[in-house]
Design a protein around this ligand. Sequence first.
Ligand SMILES: [Zn+2]
Length: 339
Amino acid sequence: MKCHFCERRCDLADGRSFCGNFAEENGKIKERWPDQWCTYSPSRIESVPFYHAYPGSRSMIIGTAGCNFRCRYCSYGFIACKDPAQLQDVMYTIAPEKLVAMAKKMGCHNIVFNVNEPAVSLPSLQRVKKYAEKQDIPMGCLTNGYITPEATQMMAEIFSFVHIGLKGFSDAFYKEFVGIPHIAPILRNIETFSRTCHVEIASPVIEDVNDHELFDIARFIHDIRQDIPWHVFRLLPEHNMKQSVYPNIDRMNQALETSRSLLPYIYFHNFVGSRWVNTLCPGCGEVVIKRFSLGCSGDRLDAFLAPDNTCTCCGTAISMLGTRVGWNDKQTTVWESVI
Ligand SMILES: [Zn+2]
């Protein structure tokens, strides 16, 4: 029996899936670690980073364990690249209704699956969605996109906003640095998600490895929809690539300036003081959303200058899911009261 969640389509007769989360039981796919989470913590949505969804909102970040990728530079390798069976002492088992109740109690406007790949825990996430919907709590996620068309459909039903990693633009890159043979399913799924969900795209850049593919990525996004926000990360490699140099900021600036003609919403992360964290109006170039970046420590919304998602200078509409949410303005949560 083949697993149908990710494009690896593992043969479950071999015991368990590559990610460690699925097995076969009585002719059905069984989720091995249901309702188990590695974290449930509040964060600003700008730190995820979603820049064009519910600006100013507070998200409850959740994640599980295991992944279908083996990125050589993974920042979460200690949880994503391990067999969940070895992580049982650091996981929390929390029923979906309780997880949603905790999000509410923490004063979170939405729930975002971050850390590892959500496709490896889709049955649990479907259950969370059921309760989140009842409480009007929207759900979003970060995904690597290497999932089957069936799983893409399931995810599009769970998540209304999706951040998809486009880590390079060649089979060669994905083969060498991620451990999968083809990029095609990821490109296919970005197009599928863009038809039904709010989509943002993230591209971590490693100097002299995939920086020459940046313009091709920009052109691909432009051909789907020009208003998809594109987040380029100056990758500070971890895991098995700790010796790699950090990308040169000036060279990256130049490479991204050339892509500005294709995409109005380009952001450049992972260094303190980046001027690429503000949103500029595509019509007149004025700053319409000011953000502050703490480098790897997260971002925050500083000023939202586009009431009703419209530039006050020229009237151009700013692409946005939802409107400004004042959730982080409140002093709502006492963390201890939640537990
Ligand atoms: Zn304007």
